[in-house]
Design a protein around this ligand. Structure first.
Ligand SMILES: [Zn+2]
Ligand SMILES: [Zn+2]
Length: 301
């Protein structure tokens, strides 16, 4: 998977930062996570193929996380997109989008399947052959949840050179499933470990924005290959973080450490920070494998 950052800002307009938006690519499919104002501009700038975006995940209804959505889907419709879209987000999102479409007389050129999230329980809200999406309840001023995207592991891989010429075709599926095979007709036994290697493991990317420090998410994101966690403030503004239901860089790092994730990316910076050295050193002091989110950065997972 690849996690591309399109926006690193938070609530207020910032000249040098776009609001939250991220693209997670899973093989040939792209998942757009949050869609702040200007996201379609960022998608163009960083050359992400619109038609590959089949799924959009919205965390909550603060404008810096979804004000770009109506613009994006309107543009898709103007461009006569036909690929269906799965839109996953909180109660109210569909109503807001529907009203905007209604009063602009827009009938979308593509089908939208809307899946409503609950911000209080973790559940699998979407699944296809490639990946699943699980919600992560967060603590914020309005209902808010993060998302855990799990790329499914693959079945065992067959070592073609080791397959005998007379190997019965119907047994390939069993090999991929990891079974040893005894062929009654020939009396031959085929040992799975000699003919296959491990398949690809599951890969997990967790997205947590916006939230106060909230340890209850740890079991859900435990061992994730990548965790994006908001870090609106640094430690000297921890009281402000608490009162606005946001996190500090140190708190994001604490969550990463306790959940034993492999990589942490922090972002959603308050406009008061022009330099981010403080964020980075604060987080790295607790969790070394921390990266600062920056627009256009792609992290391979
Ligand atoms: Zn926000
Ligand atoms: Zn928010």
């Amino acid at each position: 998977m690849e996690f591309t950052i399109l926006g690193t800002g938070s609530a207020t307009l910032q000249l040098t930062r776009f609001p939250s938006a991220f693209v997670l690519s899973v093989d040939n499919e792209c998942i757009l996570i949050d869609c702040g104002e200007g996201t379609q501009h960022q998608i163009l700038k960083y050359k992400i193929k619109h038609t590959r975006i089949r799924t959009i995940l919205i965390s909550h209804l603060h404008g810096d996380h979804y004000f770009g959505l109506i613009g994006l889907i309107s543009s898709w419709s103007l461009n006569k997109r036909t690929e269906p879209l799965t839109l996953i987000g909180p109660p109210g999102l569909l109503e807001i989008i529907s009203i905007q479409l209604k009063y602009s007389g827009t009938i979308l050129s593509f089908k939208v399947d809307f899946i409503e999230t609950k911000s209080t329980v973790s559940e699998v809200v979407y699944e296809n052959d490639l990946f699943s999406v699980t919600t992560i309840p967060l603590i914020h001023r309005v209902p808010c949840n993060g998302y855990l995207v799990t790329r499914k592991g693959s079945e065992r891989k067959i070592i073609k050179e080791r397959i005998p010429e007379d190997f019965p075709l119907p047994y390939f599926k069993k090999l991929k499933d990891g079974e040893d095979i005894f062929d009654e007709l020939s009396g031959k036994t085929y040992k799975n470990s000699e003919l296959t290697t491990e398949g690809d493991p599951e890969v997990k990317v967790a997205y947590c924005s916006d939230t106060a420090y909230f340890e209850e998410i740890i079991p859900i994101i435990e061992g994730a290959d990548l965790l994006y966690h908001e870090a609106t403030f640094t430690h000297e503004l921890i009281e402000r973080a608490k009162s606005t239901f946001h996190s500090t860089a140190g708190e994001a790092a604490q969550i990463a450490k306790k959940a034993q994730v492999k990589q942490l990316v922090i972002g959603h910076y308050s406009s008061r920070y022009k330099e981010l050295d403080g964020h980075l050193s604060e987080a790295k002091g607790i969790f070394e494998a921390t990266l600062l989110a920056e627009e256009g950065l792609t992290v391979k997972v």
